[in-house]
Design a binder for this molecule. Sequence first.
Ligand code: HEM
Length: 402
Amino acid sequence: MTPALDDDLLTPRATADPYALFAELRAHDPVHWSAQHRAWLLTRYDDVSAAFADKALSNDRVRPVRAARQARGEGAGAADRVLELIGEWMVVSDPPAHTRLRKLAAGAFRTQRISAMDARITALVDELLDGFTGGDLIAGLAYPLPATVIGAMLGAPPEDRDRFRGWSDELALVAFGTGGSARAERHERALAGLREMDAYFRELIARRRVEPGEDMLSAMMGSDSGDRLTDDELSAMCALLLFAGHETTTNSIANAVLALLRHPAELARLRAEPALLAPAVEELLRFDGPIKVVNRWVVAETEIGGRRIEPGQRVHLVLAAANRDPDRFAHPDTVDLARSPNPHVAFGKGIHACIGAQLARMETRIAVGRVVERMPGLALAAEPVWKPVLASRALEALEVVR
Ligand code: HEM
């Protein structure tokens, strides 16, 4: 134990630059019990990788929170309903429930021929950039793009897609919230958003049952294996896809552009060599990806790095730390757009590895590629500020001149 270690991931210093703190933890106590976060912090690449495959670490992590609240007599109200609804998502389920949901969703993704989305996404990015004269690139591009793309994939009419962003934001308030006195109000807002979204998806589901389309929702309704998702499950899956693919992709685009602006030689290299774009996206996801931490709930005694981990405890897999581990990546704090191989864990690993990774990569590649190509004078207009959240690496805004 190294009691002097600063393990608070939410101080202004750690929010601005978590990587220095991750390096200290990784060097001195890579499997660290944090009293502050009431969780184990795993910061080594090998430990994080192994944790993704450890059956003692469960993704079924919303239900225990709900049960504990109920045991404390807090089982009523908006918070409980929110937890009940999101507790059914596959990302917070273990096999066999997870296996079934994942199979049905993966089948629907396959029908989408993600590669055919290329032209559509490029057109959308160009449309957004046509209207962007400078200012916050998140508001102008990185924020509106992903929700519009997911809306299109689910088959929602274009005029409805603005509403998707609001719902996703409200969910994020709960999932990525910082706690404190605004908590109750946050749950009320999230629940209101969830109810509205649920009603919307149910209507869309009813329409598609009568008139199937080429979209993912229609694909998730029918299944060759004979297994079918119920309306409840379909609505929950739509909400998950919207939520999981929205803020993450926004931050992927914004963090990538910021990293390029902070590494002008690499930006120049990319401009001179556009073929670098695909490996560049991988490197930028490794260097400053959108997810800092994913959680697991310990359901059986296990051992990680010589430490005994007990049932009932929580484990934080610090992806952002694993991705800078010098034992896995040479010069981990350097941006090398041509880095190869680049086995980063920004999309997770194992049975829950991101199902939208191909789509997210494509959106980031097209958005960053078009920004670099169309904005030769791209520069920061203001020092960006990071949001003080544990799970994600998210900018408040990215003010640029074009
Ligand atoms: C750059 C953007 C993205 C990043 C960095 C990212 C990252 C991740 C990570 C780390 C996980 C694993 C979570 C865990 O192990 O607990 C995950 C799962 C997931 N992601 Fe993504 N994601 C991104 C974009 C997307 C998109 C665009 C979609 C869908 C349209 C999506 C849908 C999902 C879903 C449904 C899961 C749960 C999979 C399962 O439980 O089997 N993600 N993502």
